[in-house]
Design a protein around this ligand. Structure first.
Ligand SMILES: Cc1cc2nc3c(=O)[nH]c(=O)nc-3n(C[C@H](O)[C@H](O)[C@H](O)COP(=O)(O)OP(=O)(O)OC[C@H]3O[C@@H](n4cnc5c(N)ncnc54)[C@H](O)[C@@H]3O)c2cc1C
Length: 418
């Protein structure tokens, strides 16, 4: 088979290396004619099997390593224009060099790419203050399944000249088209940041404290992370709940007196304070939680969002459920401020019935409490049945019809989402 662009066998995967949107367009037209499934890949750091091939068909992977340029940092309009293969860390660094800030950050920022980040609508450690990446995209260039290249690029803050159709490509994991370029919104960098590691004795108190700080210092509170007692005992060697708070401002004192007053009112133990550190030990510990969970087999994972007021109800019901069986050990941590926690378990009994019973209980509870069972990692190939089962019939029908319209031959990301 003669492909229209450079293609190589890489780790048993047939992989295309486009150098432009035109290359991608040619490739897609070819795949349409030959019924080949297209799997775009970024850093492959997604958590849901989003770059798995479709088993019953030929697949071609797209590697964006030659489409990784940051084309422009426009300081007048506060826009960074980057090709989809640009690494997140490069966007952060290049913005920083210009005294600007790209307010999206996740641990594997040196591996993941802007295309992958947008396709998964990445959240992360600063979503609380700045939102997911969807809040920082101003325009895109995309290639559709028929090979059409659509230029939705824009530096405008206001533009209601037609609906913003490009938003469909955010968070849709490559099933509607290929993202080739993005206009990303930057903001001026704040001068000072302080990170606190604090011990606290309950979830309820953590939520109370969060609301108090948020209501006064909304603009300055960047991260509010919680680590439950089991990861805490392993990582921080204490049995409390631990909080990581980050605040940022242009004032040298950076709220420290006011925050200390509040921490004193709550009788909290501050274990560590870091000021303006580029390599933070506190955040390094936070990353360790993720690595340790794998080593210690806390592999039954749930990525859950709930309205803040429902987290304690959820916790009570889960504790009640797992107290009846000795095989479940919880390992909870996450982005409490934005309502998203990673609720992971070790299940010592190697019994599918136990695993399924826990999953069913949690999914139904989350739906009942008006939450989301795929809060930040998306659906990929691993959570397919959940969308069908737990979204409304009308939602699922709408998504299927849209997919049929956008990708008639169903060659984009087969086996994902639907
Ligand atoms: C240690 C660790 C911590 C993490 N923390 C977070 C976190 O805090 N918050 C969070 O949200 N996620 C987190 N993630 C998940 C992951 O990093 C994100 O999903 C990330 O955005 C994926 O980017 P990527 O470049 O690796 O994409 P990939 O994994 O390569 O691809 C992701 C999806 O996007 C599609 N895709 C890739 N490029 C394109 C393109 N150009 N056009 C169309 N579709 C495309 C792929 O087919 C796939 O479906 C974490 C992962 C790890 C390993």
């Amino acid at each position: 088979m003669k492909f229209p662009i450079n293609v190589k066998l890489n780790n048993n995967r047939l992989t295309a290396y486009p150098r432009s949107s035109h290359d991608i367009s040619k490739l897609i037209k070819f795949c349409n004619r030959n019924n080949i499934n297209i799997v775009p890949t970024g850093g492959e750091t997604n958590r849901v099997g989003g770059t798995n091939p479709y088993k019953n068909q030929k697949n071609i992977f797209i590697d964006f390593k030659y489409m990784n340029k940051i084309e422009e940092i426009d300081g007048d309009n506060l826009i960074c224009t980057a090709q989809s293969g640009a690494k997140l860390i490069e966007v952060q660094k290049r913005s920083n060099n210009r005294g600007l800030f790209f307010p999206v950050n996740i641990a594997p920022n040196d591996k993941c790419t802007i295309g992958g980040n947008i396709s998964t609508n990445v959240g992360g450690l600063q979503t609380l203050r700045y939102g997911n990446i969807e809040d920082h995209v101003n325009g895109l260039e995309v290639v559709l399944s028929n090979g059409d290249i659509i230029n939705f690029e824009s530096k405008l803050k206001k533009d209601n000249f037609g609906p913003k159709l490009w938003k469909l490509f955010i968070g849709s994991e490559g099933i509607f088209g290929i993202i080739t370029k993005a206009n990303l919104k930057l903001i001026p960098k704040k001068k000072y940041k302080t990170t606190y590691l604090i011990q606290i004795n309950s979830l309820l108190k953590s939520i109370h404290l969060y609301k108090k700080i948020r209501d006064i210092y909304f603009d300055n509170l960047i991260s509010y992370e919680i680590i439950f007692p089991i990861p805490s005992s392993i990582i921080f060697k204490n049995d409390s709940y631990n909080l990581i708070l980050e605040v940022s401002s242009n004032d040298k004192e950076n709220l420290s007196k006011n925050l200390k007053k509040i921490f004193n009112q709550y009788k909290l133990k501050i274990d560590k304070i870091e000021k303006n550190k580029s390599k933070s030990n506190i955040w390094k510990k936070r990353e360790e939680i993720v690595h340790k969970q794998k080593q210690l087999n806390f592999n039954h994972k749930f990525d859950i969002s709930l309205p803040l007021s429902n987290w304690q109800i959820f916790l009570n019901k889960i504790n009640n459920f797992i107290s009846q069986e000795s095989c479940y050990t919880p390992y909870f941590f996450g982005h409490l401020g934005d309502g998203n926690l990673h609720c992971n378990f070790k299940i010592t009994d190697d019994d599918m019935i136990k695993k399924n019973a826990l999953s069913k209980f949690i999914f139904e509870l989350v739906v009942q409490l008006k939450g989301s069972i795929a809060a930040e990692h998306g659906i990929g190939t691993q959570k397919l049945n959940l969308l069908k089962k737990y979204k409304s019939k009308e939602y699922y029908k709408f998504l299927k019809n849209l997919k049929k319209h956008m990708d008639k031959k169903l060659i984009m990301g087969k086996g994902k989402l639907l």
